[in-house]
Design a protein around this ligand. Structure first.
Ligand code: URP
Ligand code: ZN
Ligand code: ZN
Ligand code: ZN
Length: 436
């Protein structure tokens, strides 16, 4: 019996790349509950840059929720209005984290100047800055290169945005956050390059959190070369799923504590939607499934193989997320006063993943055919049994919005470090003036 999973990274009912994700707040959450996840944190996307309008839209979308959820807010442009709206989000709306895109040039991407302003604002509010770390200008260049070479298929996606571009942006974000002295959360760490930057930063005392996602941990990029377009296209996400060695290295980093928690980036498009990019990989909607599979796959890959303990499993799938987003011990713990979100995972029974039996609305599953040990047999959400005997009992409207307060433990000591830095600047410099 363990505390229910918390997925820190999902995109339900999101408009993206000319499509809408196929799972909404009901189907995505039902799938989550069937897989032992009892809370997720989704990314609100602003409407024409407005955070308030974005939140309003997501409040409507999430009315059909059957599981508890919270929100991060994406920031897609920067001006005084956005800066003021960030205050409202943190002080009145229960949002304590903001995601900045260093990629998706021409749509979500923001430049370093704005990133710095935004980091400063996050710090003043006690909100956690999150980054999608890829060098968007270089990705754009890589895409031009592939098209010129006539590489238009899904493999062009991976070839156009290699690990070095993820490593570069991760290092840059870490250094800028360090310069501002505010904590940083790197979402979907997919490569050794990015992981090593996080490792280096943490060793030097910087407050950097690294989130691998299940696809990056357990899959590899070989699928992108599959001759069948739909098979290949379903693996297209950003940053891309990497060559095999990267996943193994990310697993090791997770087991050593270099990376702290596991998300999914559940952002599901069906075959018809993926086919938008049949002639051009740049038009394939980016994203893979995982909200239902995460708890099973982390157990099978990490615990069953002996890489992490059961205690670590609970930490990386639930407790650490609750601590980072300041909702512990209401979430992420089984104790008096906590929400009764509990799972029973039977280590001796097995699971099998297939689009035929999963609960997502997608017609494909990137983990199709995966068989493993350790099955979530019971899920209890808010004290109610919602998953038992392979049956879901869920109702739209039963999920609650979980407000998240600013100044999580990651902000401890920030003020002291600032004071020390300032006093070091004010130390008098003795200068002698030549007299005549
Ligand atoms: O491919 C991805 N990751 N889709 C979702 C958007 C994002 O960047 O997280
Ligand atoms: Zn992203
Ligand atoms: Zn994402
Ligand atoms: Zn399943």
């Amino acid at each position: 019996m363990y505390t229910g999973g918390i997925d820190p990274h999902t995109h339900l009912d999101m408009e993206f790349m000319g499509s809408g994700t196929i799972d909404d707040f009901f189907s995505g959450q039902a799938a989550a509950l069937a897989g032992g996840t009892t809370m997720h944190i989704d990314f609100v996307i602003p409407v024409n840059g407005s955070l308030l309008s974005g939140l309003e839209a997501y409040e409507k979308k999430s009315k059909k929720s059957c599981m508890d959820y919270g929100f991060h807010m994406a920031i897609t442009k920067w001006d005084e209005v956005v800066s003021k709206e960030m205050e409202i989000m943190v002080n009145e709306k229960g949002i304590n984290s903001f995601k900045f895109f260093m990629a998706y040039k021409g749509s979500f991407m923001i430049n370093d100047e704005l990133l710095l302003q935004a980091f400063k604002k996050c710090k003043s509010l006690g909100a956690l800055a999150m980054v999608h770390a890829e060098n968007g200008d270089a990705v754009y260049e890589g895409q031009r290169r592939m098209i010129e070479l006539g590489i238009t298929g899904p493999e062009g996606h991976a070839l156009s945005r290699p690990p070095v571009l993820e490593g570069e942006a991760t290092a840059r974000a870490i250094k800028l956050a360090g310069f501002v002295n505010t904590p940083l959360y790197v979402v979907h760490v997919m490569s050794i390059d990015a992981m090593e930057e996080i490792s280096k930063a943490r060793k030097s005392g910087l407050k950097v959190i690294g989130e691998p996602v299940v696809s990056g941990l357990v899959l590899n990029d070989s699928w992108l070369w599959d001759p069948d377009f739909i098979t290949a296209a379903k693996y297209v996400m950003s940053p891309p799923i990497r060559a095999a060695g990267h996943g193994k290295a990310l697993q090791a980093a997770l087991s050593m504590g270099t990376l702290q928690l596991v998300g999914t980036d559940h952002c599901t498009f069906n075959s018809t939607q993926k086919a938008l990019g049949i002639d051009d990989f740049q038009k394939i909607p980016n994203g893979v499934n995982g909200i239902e599979e995460r708890m099973h796959l982390v157990w099978d890959t990490m615990v069953e193989s002996g890489q992490i303990s059961v205690t670590d499993y609970v930490r990386v799938t639930s407790t650490e997320c609750a601590r980072i987003f300041n909702i512990y011990p209401r979430k992420g713990a089984i104790r008096a006063g906590s929400d009764a979100d509990i799972i029973i995972l039977n280590p001796n029974s097995s699971f099998e993943i297939s689009a035929k039996s999963h609960h997502s609305r997608s017609d494909t599953n990137v983990y199709e055919g995966w068989r493993g040990k350790g099955k979530v047999e019971v899920t209890i959400s808010g004290g109610r049994v919602v998953w038992l005997n392979d049956e879901l009992k869920v109702f739209p409207g039963s999920g609650k919005y979980v407000e998240m307060r600013p100044f999580s433990y990651l902000f401890n000591g920030i003020g002291k470090a600032d004071a020390k830095y300032l006093s070091s600047l004010k130390a008098p410099v003795k200068r002698f003036r030549a007299t005549t």
